[in-house]
Write a protein that binds this ligand. Structure first.
Ligand code: DGY
Length: 324
């Protein structure tokens, strides 16, 4: 019987489906497995279902001689050495599309949490400090009518921009190339990177991690942003230099930040933990029950398709056919 190794417990019933035809092993703990633990479970597996936090590099691929598919439960796949997997004739699949709207919802949860100081307000009440309405209590900044800047106008950026209409906001964006379809749909205007920094009241990072985006936001960029501005990152942590962000927040170079992803995830820059003008979430972008169940279904589907001799629907590396 072919073996499938899954590096985390998945929500929903899709794993049960796999168990009908395959031997399934699941990493049982509520934390990411170490490299050794991945190899332990994966070494004799024919298929792997991985999470975005699992690093699947050349060595891990070499250690799994039976592997025919790596199915990543997430849309990003920079955790996998895709070109090496391709050379070895291994399919790599992901779960695009299903998490777009859910992640765009979270963008707005972060925008409002930071702008209207929701987390601080909640804590204030729980600590029984609320003694009555005060005209200066926990003043935030308006969201409506402001300028939203999107860094990375892909699916999630477009979905986030679409929601801005309801708040009467102007939307500008920077992308590697113009996204005319997104412009038509959301009314967003393409600008260069310095303009995005200088004109946005809220900058939302929805870009994937690549050579252009890595380390793109640091002190130099924060200094070009408005002092009243807010940075939200739901893309990838390595796009923002976290130490420099904590300095910018501490010194009031920008007004606030909302982060769902981190440079050395799950390790978080210590300084950020002591600041009240940043809202910190544990990578919850796609974390609604409905969406996570759909992601699990898609990841499982790619494994079933591959192990039954078909091509996975969400194949990332079609070049693999040239190797076969
Ligand atoms: C992804 O899919 O890349 C997300 O970061 C996981 O929610």
């Amino acid at each position: 019987m072919k073996k499938v190794f899954i590096t985390a417990n998945l929500p929903g019933k899709s794993v049960e489906l796999l168990k009908r035809d395959f031997h399934v092993e699941v990493f049982p703990e509520e934390r990411s497995p170490t490299q050794d633990e991945i190899l332990q479970g994966a070494k004799d597996a024919h298929a792997l279902i991985t999470m975005v936090a699992d690093r699947i590099d050349k060595n891990s691929i070499d250690a799994c001689p039976n592997l025919s598919v790596i199915s990543n439960c997430g849309v990003g796949y920079e955790n996998i050495d895709v070109s090496y997997a391709t050379r070895k004739g291994i399919f790599v699949a992901n779960t695009p599309g299903v998490l777009t709207e859910t992640t765009a919802d979270l963008v707005w949860a972060l925008i409002f949490s930071v702008a209207r100081r929701i987390v601080e307000g909640d804590l204030f009440v729980r600590e029984r400090k609320f003694v009555g309405w005060r005209p200066t209590l926990l003043l935030g900044v308006n969201v409506h009518g402001k300028t939203l800047g999107i860094y990375g106008m892909g699916r999630i950026g477009t979905a986030a921009a679409r929601r801005a209409k309801g708040f009467n906001m102007q939307v500008i964006y920077y992308n590697r190339k113009k996204n005319e379809e997104a412009e038509r749909e959301t009314g967003a205007k393409y600008v260069d990177f310095p303009t995005l920094l200088g004109e946005s009241d809220f900058i939302v990072i929805t870009a994937p991690l690549n050579e252009e985006s890595r380390g793109r936001f640091g002190l130099e960029e924060f200094r070009k942003m408005k002092r009243s501005s807010v940075l939200v990152n739901v893309g990838r942590g390595q796009i923002v230099k976290e130490k420099e962000l904590s300095l910018a927040l501490k010194e009031g170079i920008i007004w606030g930040a909302g982060l769902d992803v981190y440079e050395r995830e799950p390790i978080i820059e210590e300084e950020l933990l002591n600041l009240t003008n940043v809202v910190l979430l544990p990578h919850l972008g796609s974390a609604s029950r409905e969406t996570r169940e759909k992601m699990a279904e898609m990841a499982v589907e790619s494994v079933i398709q591959t192990l039954n001799g078909k091509t996975p629907r969400n194949l990332i590396n079609p070049e693999v056919f040239e190797m076969k």
